[in-house]
Design a protein around this ligand. Structure first.
Ligand SMILES: [Zn+2]
Length: 264
């Protein structure tokens, strides 16, 4: 009998949505606090008033759904919480917050953190690697960020560790981090691959010649980093990306379902 009384599928989802809506109405964030958190960020300023409302709502829903945890003595202030959530909201404004459903926790470290990783080469030999990082993202979470890098995000040409790490989580929605997120049905996967490969080759060539690069050379680490760096440049410095590789810029407009250059 208990089973027969179980609510039909979808009811729990509607219930949790109702709870979230209720909590959202109770949150009273002043305009001043929002301004302190995001007012100096050029990406935020680019949006219209109604888009900023949507961004702020998405950021608050993200804070209701995820855990933001400071470790190593990091205290996360309200302003920092809103700034991180606001930056994290940008990549999913056109996609929907459910694109972040795969992870639950965002950890904030004080300073670059040291990560130990082991990996296996083609001969089966396991290598141990220790490196200082500004952030990292795992397939089922957590997303890890260094506070110093979060403070530097959005302040100079193209750099944004929050968008970078969250782009990795979008990429990982299709199996693993390989630079190929799940594309929408109306997108041409072959053209995506061809145009991103051409841009990769062009970047490698320009780096070899010691030329000024349109995106951070860290993108050449592997295809996953290429997509993450392209994503942060797309939002932070869209004009330089569009003029270097217009086709790649067009694919990112189609994927993120927003065009930063049309907002300016
Ligand atoms: Zn990365």
């Amino acid at each position: 009998m208990a089973l027969a009384q179980r609510p039909p599928p979808g009811v729990w989802r509607r219930l949790s949505q109702w709870r979230e809506d209720r909590k959202l109405r109770l949150l009273d964030i002043s305009a001043n606090l929002w301004h302190e958190a995001l007012g100096d960020w050029s990406v935020y300023r680019r949006y219209s008033e109604s888009e900023r409302n949507w961004l702020r709502e998405t950021a608050l829903r993200l804070l209701l759904r995820k855990h933001l945890v400071g470790v190593g003595g990091v205290e996360i202030s309200d302003v920092m919480r809103l700034r991180i959530a606001g930056m994290a909201a940008v990549p999913v404004l056109g996609l929907g917050l459910e694109w972040y459903d795969g992870w639950q926790t965002l950890i904030l470290y004080d300073g670059p953190f040291v990560a130990d990783h082991s990996w296996q080469d083609e001969f089966g030999i396991v290598h141990q690697e220790t490196s200082a990082r500004s952030g990292e993202a795992w397939q089922r979470g957590p997303v890890v960020l260094s506070l110093q890098d979060v403070l530097a995000a959005g302040r100079h040409q193209g750099y944004n560790v929050v968008i970078h790490e969250l782009a990795h989580t979008l990429d990982m929605r299709s199996a693993s981090a390989n630079g190929a997120p799940p594309l929408h049905a109306d997108m041409d996967a072959a053209a995506w691959k061809c145009d991103l490969s051409a841009a990769w080759n062009d970047l490698a060539h320009r780096a070899e010649l010691g030329q000024r690069l349109p995106i951070d050379s860290y993108a050449l680490e592997d295809p996953a980093e290429f997509f993450a760096v392209l994503s942060e440049t797309f939002f932070e410095s869209p004009r330089s990306l569009q003029s270097a590789w217009p086709a790649v810029y067009g694919h990112l407009v189609a994927f993120y379902r927003q065009n930063p250059l049309e907002l300016t």
